[in-house]
Write a protein that binds this ligand. Structure first.
Ligand SMILES: Nc1ncnc2c1ncn2[C@@H]1O[C@H](COP(=O)(O)OP(=O)(O)OP(=O)(O)O)[C@@H](O)[C@H]1O
Ligand SMILES: [Mg+2]
Length: 338
């Protein structure tokens, strides 16, 4: 970061009191801190103005697919020709770079400004992972340092003009979302990701009330890993009985060509929609359980890039459409939708 004029005139550290009319070293330190804070706030305001839409992706529970949804959302929007940034705030377990094919990349810093790495479909990516020396060593940052780093990642990044900035978080109702909301003005809203199990749904209820305390609109709930489609071939027009999860019998009918398919509700289904309706927030859609999503996370090629006409990509497209609709509702009404 560039030094402030105040710091350039800091005298030596002798304890001798400052001559009358001059600031003491302690006063200079305070002035320097205030100056840096003011500069950062101005930078954040400018960044907020240059980014049309800012969307936070949260979940109450870990491992439900936040990073997968955040990355997929960024890619889908970028594929529509929009300018998109993806900010990965997860300091302890950042995995967005892997999903964006940017594993092992470092940050590019020039004259105190941080430049994002460019991932698939031209998405600009900033991740704490770009700071890590070694991905196997966990980062243990004390609270204030971590929150300062987040502020710096918002204020000092050269995003340029963006249509959308998607922000991925660690799980839970921690300090990180609060810091982002306090630092970056005009957040459009929060997308809450859940899986259909009761425990995840309970946590997503907590996320919704957390959003209310943050005073940020909830754009809606996405149900991830919602049903797995099993396919097969048998005699044309014949009937089959399958044993589904929990021993439930599922009857399927093959078509004229003998093809059949059945949706297995691995973690139940429909809970996300019910939670959304109970808490009066929009339901944005369901994404199927797809082993290709898992492989994509490992290989660095997201499912919607690897198989753009597949079921997951289509489901993602619907979710993106629902989010865009919520954003345009907000743009029109200019009011919170909670
Ligand atoms: N629809 C899906 N089908 C199959 N696997 C999925 C799906 N969504 C996510 N996964 C896999 O589940 C794992 C967890 O997903 P992800 O990392 O996106 O979750 P997260 O909520 O960001 O986790 P964390 O809380 O640790 O940040 C990953 O291995 C991912 O590839
Ligand atoms: Mg994650």
């Amino acid at each position: 970061m560039t030094e402030s004029p105040v710091s350039q005139h800091t005298p030596d550290k002798s304890e001798t009191p400052a001559p009358e009319g001059e600031a003491s070293p302690q006063q200079r330190k305070q002035m320097e801190a205030a100056y840096q804070q003011m500069k950062r706030q101005m930078a954040m305001k400018k960044i907020a103005e240059e980014i049309s839409h800012k969307i936070m992706v949260l979940s109450g529970k870990g491992g439900v697919g936040k990073s997968t949804v955040a990355t997929g959302l960024a890619l889908s929007l970028a594929e529509q020709g929009l300018k998109v940034g993806l900010l990965d705030i997860d300091i302890t377990g950042p995995n967005v770079p892997k999903m964006m094919g940017l594993d092992g990349m470092r940050l590019h810093v020039e004259e105190g400004r941080i430049y994002p790495n460019i991932g698939h479909s031209g998405v600009k990516v900033i991740s704490m992972a770009f700071l890590l020396e070694d991905e196997d060593t966990p980062v243990v940052w004390r609270g204030p340092i971590k929150l300062g780093a987040i502020q710096q990642f918002i204020a000092d990044v050269e995003w340029g003009l963006l249509d959308h900035l998607i922000i991925d978080f660690p799980p839970g109702t921690s300090d990180e979302p609060l810091t982002v909301v306090q630092s970056l003005p005009d957040i459009d809203g929060i997308v809450i990701v859940t899986t259909p199990q009761d425990v995840a749904l309970l946590d997503s209820r907590k996320s919704i009330s957390f959003a209310k305390t943050l005073n940020v609109p909830v754009l809606g709930v996405v149900e991830n890993m919602s049903g797995y489609t099993l396919r097969g071939k048998t005699e044309p027009n014949s009937r089959l009985e399958l044993v589904g999860p929990g021993g439930k019998m599922i009857e399927v009918e093959a078509d004229d060509g003998g093809d059949w398919s059945a949706v297995l509700d691995i973690f139940k289904r429909g809970g996300g929609e019910k939670t959304a309706s109970d808490l009066k927030v929009p339901f944005l859609g369901a994404l199927p359980f797809d082993p290709g999503v898992l492989r994509g996370g490992d290989d660095g090629v997201h499912r919607i890039i690897a198989n753009p006409s597949g079921e997951s990509a289509k489901a993602f497209a619907k979710v993106v459409e629902a989010i865009s609709e919520q954003l345009s509702n907000e743009d029109e009404s200019g009011v919170n939708i909670i």
